[in-house]
Design a protein around this ligand. Structure first.
Ligand code: ZN
Length: 85
């Protein structure tokens, strides 16, 4: 009879530890740093693709704003502007 009580206590202890670990796991959930994007897309004038404004490279040429997906595209566009103008 005492043995049964012992097992019951052991079972409860395992249950308590399990619950405790579950609680820890829930608390340790990785909080992804959600990028706060405005959802605004801008056109890359060099390769004609649309990129999120937050990620785009901004360049002002002759008072006009241009956006690029990469520095390479910006360079390409600047060369094109220089050659045509
Ligand atoms: Zn591009």
């Amino acid at each position: 009879m005492i043995r049964l009580l012992y097992y019951a206590m052991l079972a409860y202890l395992v249950y308590a530890v399990y619950k405790f670990l579950m609680g820890l796991g829930r608390r340790r959930q990785p909080s992804k740093p959600a990028p706060r994007l405005s959802g605004m897309m801008v056109k890359d004038e060099a390769c004609d693709t649309y990129v999120p404004k937050e990620e785009a490279i901004r360049e002002v040429i002759d008072g006009k704003e241009y956006f690029f997906c990469s520095k390479d595209c910006r360079r390409k566009f600047l060369n094109k502007v220089k050659n045509s103008g």
